[in-house]
Design a protein around this ligand. Structure first.
Ligand code: HEC
Ligand code: HEC
Length: 192
């Protein structure tokens, strides 16, 4: 009995190690040119520290044609289509373990008022502040403001239509609301 659980434990820890290193390899070879810390491409969202379940759903949505890539002309859809389910599991687990601490701040000239955004985002926090596994609303703190404004606009125009909840949330927001809310969420640091 003891030997058996030892072997089971060994197999589990071995497969965790394998998937972490494959996840890192996939990220470095296929994703970091757009999603890495040292990239010039600042339109792509920061994936570091986002929950596996959320990232996995998005990759599957890109793969199945439920979510377009409007920022980079479909390149994200093409990348996702090449990933197997195992690849998706490995790369998303790797990403969840990273911290979004070293990304350069976006330009201070972006329009948006952090204090106004804090007030306007109060209603969003019930879903977005703490991870709820049933709801799967991603954490938005420290995300790029320009990406948040882009994707809220895409929910509102229904070009991104992979969430009924968010389509109805974004419907009520003006462009200025999106800029203020984006400024607020991006300003909240999740690092020491
Ligand atoms: C050519 C640049 C590029 C590459 C390479 C790339 N992505 Fe992306 N990715 C993007 C862009 C741009 C978006 C946002 C698209 C949009 O919403 O219009 C995105 C969005 C995403 C999202 C959704 C994030 C969210 O917050 O909703 C996930 C998950 C993702 N990418 C994972 C990956 C993974 C994993 C890889 C590597 C296997 C990868 N990407 C490679 C450009 C890229
Ligand atoms: C009832 C719960 C709920 C409320 C309230 C809510 N959201 Fe969401 N939000 C979600 C869920 C669930 C998702 C994930 C959608 C998906 O799977 O694509 C999401 C996704 C998002 C995204 C996309 C994140 C990314 O990385 O692409 C943004 C931005 C966002 N919400 C902003 C807001 C804002 C701003 C408000 C308030 C005006 C708000 N949400 C209110 C549940 C909610």
């Amino acid at each position: 009995m003891k030997l058996r659980s030892f072997i089971v434990g060994l197999v589990i820890s071995f497969s965790t190690v394998v998937s972490a290193s494959t996840g890192q390899q996939i990220f470095e070879s296929k994703c970091s040119s757009c999603h890495g810390v040292n990239t010039d491409i600042s339109v792509a969202p920061i994936l570091h520290g986002r929950k596996t379940e959320y990232l996995r759903k998005q990759l599957n949505d890109f793969k199945k044609g439920k979510r377009p890539d409007l920022l980079m002309d479909g390149q994200m859809v093409a990348v996702a289509s090449e990933l197997s389910l195992e690849d998706i599991g490995a790369v998303t687990s790797y990403l969840e373990g990273l911290e979004p601490c070293d990304f350069p701040k976006e330009s201070a000239d972006l329009p948006g008022d952090i204090e106004a955004g804090r007030r306007k985002a109060a209603a969003c926090l019930s879903c977005h502040e703490n991870w709820n596994p049933g709801l799967r609303a991603p954490n938005l703190f420290a995300q790029r403001q320009s990406y948040l404004v882009h994707t809220l606009g895409a929910f509102k125009s229904k070009s991104r239509k992979n969430s009924y909840t968010m389509t109805s949330q974004a419907r009520r927001l003006s462009k200025m609301d999106m800029q203020d809310i984006g400024a607020f969420f991006s300003s909240v640091s999740v690092c020491e």
